[in-house]
Design a protein around this ligand. Structure first.
Ligand code: C5P
Length: 193
């Protein structure tokens, strides 16, 4: 049975960095599930049809990491039929041997509730805004407003809202270096293997 690591948390909490590091360390496949929603939003047109016809090529678009693509993603991610259309892809990805790391908002709660390890990665609003601003070359104050708006939408929606699974290990990266956060995550996975 493949080993599954589910990583959830709000935008710019560090979950992507931790997911990539865990996948490299343990030799597992990695899926950034936010890309599925970003690519769906970027296709335009009917979001349900866009999600149903999503293919691997759509995930490589150059503008997908922008703040605008993130906002568009969080709007269409609230539509239950969009989420339903993306479930199979995620389940198939998670079934790969020897294991998979999936990061997103609902991996531990909805997509892979039986994951052997669930991490819920958080960081203070200020730290997250500064990180995202540095990444995108944007203004931290503007990033803060955008992140808070996206978190609110992601947490308050009825379909698969952002929240920690009951059995998730919460990892607060606010005061941790990248290396410290990765070391803690590796330790958590090691204990569960
Ligand atoms: O993680 P990322 O910032 O790329 O996600 C973009 C948006 O996609 C999130 O704000 C959220 O609305 C949506 N998303 C989701 N469920 C996931 C991953 C992302 O609803 N598993």
């Amino acid at each position: 049975m493949p080993f599954i690591i589910a990583i959830d948390g709000p935008a710019a909490s560090g979950k992507g960095t931790i997911a990539r590091a865990l996948s490299a360390h343990f030799g597992f496949h990695h899926l950034d599930t936010g890309l599925l929603y970003r690519a769906t939003g970027a296709k335009g047109g009917d979001p349900v049809l866009a999600a149903q016809s999503l293919c691997a090529d759509d995930l490589t678009g150059s503008g997908l990491r922008s703040a605008e693509a993130g906002q568009a993603a969080s709007r269409i991610a609230a539509i239950p039929e969009v989420r339903a259309a993306l479930v199979d892809f995620q389940h198939r990805f998670a079934a790969q041997e020897p294991g998979a790391v999936l990061d997103g908002r609902d991996i531990g709660t909805v997509i892979c509730p039986h994951a052997q390890v669930k991490l819920y990665v958080v960081a203070s609003d200020r730290v997250r805004a500064e990180r995202r601003a540095a990444e995108l070359g944007a203004d931290p104050a503007e990033m803060l407003v955008q992140l808070q708006e996206r978190d609110r939408r992601d947490s308050e929606r009825a379909a698969a809202p952002l929240r920690p699974a009951d059995d998730a290990v919460v990892l607060d990266t606010s005061t941790l270096s990248v290396d410290q956060a990765i070391a803690l995550a590796i330790e958590t996975v090691r204990k569960a293997r």
